[in-house]
Design a protein around this ligand. Sequence first.
Ligand SMILES: Cc1cc2nc3c(=O)[nH]c(=O)nc-3n(C[C@H](O)[C@H](O)[C@H](O)COP(=O)(O)OP(=O)(O)OC[C@H]3O[C@@H](n4cnc5c(N)ncnc54)[C@H](O)[C@@H]3O)c2cc1C
Length: 345
Amino acid sequence: MNSSISTQVLIIGCGPAGSAAAIYCAQHGLSTVIIDSLEFPRERPGETFHPGMEPLLKQLGVAQKVNEAGFLRHQGNWVKWEDEGKFIPFGADESGNWQGFQAWRADFDSILLNRAREVGVTILQPCQAKKLIVEKNRVIGADTSAGCIHADVVIDAAGSRHWLARQLGMEIIPHSPRLTAYYGYAEGECPARDKIPAIVADEKGWTWTAKVKPQLYQWTRLFFQRSHLETNWIPQELIGLTPKGNTRKADVTWRTASAPAGTGYFLVGDAATVLDPASSHGVLKALMSGIMAGHLVTQVQQQGYQENLAAEAYCKWVGEWFKQDVIKLREFYGKLPSSNIFHYS
Ligand SMILES: Cc1cc2nc3c(=O)[nH]c(=O)nc-3n(C[C@H](O)[C@H](O)[C@H](O)COP(=O)(O)OP(=O)(O)OC[C@H]3O[C@@H](n4cnc5c(N)ncnc54)[C@H](O)[C@@H]3O)c2cc1C
């Protein structure tokens, strides 16, 4: 196909960050196109959701669908870090204990994308962004596998490869040594993991295990020093279960794009900042940054808010949040004498 489309907002990537931005923009009357190089359902890691997501799900109009999906709920995590290990609850208020979700990402991402469709977003899948279109230092769209898409603003939600930042030659600033997370799935029964996920540190790294569906468990392994995982490795507590699919890996070096917003663009979710999964709120951050970018785009398009001020406000907001996360994660890793992550500067 070699057509040309014009829209107010073009969003690249249909993950939680992109879908949240798309829903917000369309709910506020902006013409919105979202594209993804993959057809859904597609697998993504990141199934453990912090309870802080609930108000965001309500705002996006998907709370009921998420509740009806029957995802497993949990009241906290088992954490064995510098000590013997303890259950750390999320917290509670007058309505009861806060509960996180163990959501199968393919199902969760489809709920968000269906909502985007419902509020009038144009969804193109599969459609890959190939080249950014820039005119007079302004991002004005993208050349895609479905032709050129021109837009007043482009939101990059294409994930941790920093597509738009790299197209602009932007610096991606590391804040940790290089970190790789290995992850995989195993089928069977592991009653110890049925109620709460666990993160367990040892002298070489940490292992995360969680139940994500009936009879399906996810594990993640991260080493403090550069290291390779042995073939067919599986966490101790999942031995005896049947591995499902191959072990995969992801670059989870803490990093941030140097300019998360600029003339004609915003970066949301992992496209803007990445932390390792011990931060445990990548999906929450994706939703929140998508909503925030959508809000600022709406202010510019409909309320006459100055674009440069919106970009400045967004960069400050993303930068502050990331800085606080890095401080907290360094404190967390600093409790482990064998972790070198704490010492990185
Ligand atoms: C091993 C591991 C475990 C994790 N565990 C957790 C967890 O338990 N809880 C949690 O909250 N977070 C977790 N995370 C983090 C979480 O996975 C991410 O923060 C989250 O997926 C980011 O969402 P996103 O929308 O920014 O990007 P993504 O979900 O990565 O979506 C990006 C989309 O963009 C599309 N795309 C990419 N390039 C293009 C292109 N050129 N054109 C068109 N489309 C494109 C992709 O196909 C994809 O659908 C984990 C991460 C890892 C690696």
